[in-house]
Ligand binder design. Structure first.
Ligand code: E4P
Length: 216
């Protein structure tokens, strides 16, 4: 499963990139606002750090506006992936851009039928938001299973990008279902390494090593 970082924070992206765990980055208007950075400038910087897809979201709601913004965004770097909302205009934009060879991430997906439409529109990625789905009384992971089944039934190449990931259980379940990608905040990705028995094991080994009086 590919790991994308859901952030526009450069320090976090650099730290994760150094671990070799990072396959891409996703941003959205809220994350850009949080970073306090200029959208174009920070996107360019991220594209220079990560070789994989970097999602940059359009803010126009009509097809013509989306195309205009996509034109500006895709000039930033070859690894920019244009993020469009799951609306008729978004799907139309997805079709047009992917036909021209530009990567598209169709975002704000909350139903398997919406994911089916994204695949039919030729999306590179579809982003079902599992955390927000759970928050509203739905089963985010059931949504991922349903999309996996549908995409496998018809051999759609669209990659399932599990988004709005809040904790390790989301990551584990997504991997078990066979999602292609997950995007999570850096803290969630870094948290995956933690295990109380790993910490306890290190503590024990360090204590015993100190007793040997040796050094390497
Ligand atoms: C995905 O691309 C989105 O940026 C993101 O995962 C949204 O997550 P949130 O529900 O935590 O805002």
């Amino acid at each position: 499963m590919k790991f994308f970082a859901d952030t526009a924070e450069i320090a976090d992206i650099k730290e994760l990139a150094a671990t070799g765990l990072l396959d891409g980055v996703t941003t959205n208007p809220s994350l850009i606002m949080k970073s306090g950075r200029d959208f174009m400038e920070v996107t360019r910087e991220i594209c220079g750090i990560v070789a994989g897809p970097v999602s940059a979201e359009v803010v126009a709601l009509d097809h013509e506006g989306m195309m205009r913004e996509a034109e500006v965004l895709r000039k930033i770097a070859d690894n920019v992936c244009i993020k469009v909302p799951l609306t008729i205009d978004g799907l139309k934009t997805c079709k047009a851009l992917t036909s021209e060879g530009t990567m598209v991430n169709v975002t704000l997906c909350f139903s398997a039928n919406q994911a089916l439409l994204a695949a039919k529109a030729g999306a590179t990625f579809v982003s079902p938001f599992v955390g927000r789905h759970d928050d509203n009384g739905f089963d985010g992971m059931q949504l991922i299973s349903d999309i996996r089944l549908i995409y496998d039934n018809y051999a759609y190449p669209t990659e399932i990008l599990v988004a709005s990931v809040r904790h390790g259980i989301h990551v584990l379940e997504a991997a078990k279902i066979g999602a292609d990608v997950m995007t999570a905040p850096p803290a969630v990705i870094k948290g995956l390494v933690k295990h109380v028995l790993t910490d306890k094991g290190i503590e024990g080994f360090m204590a015993d090593w100190a007793k040997t009086g040796q050094s390497i």
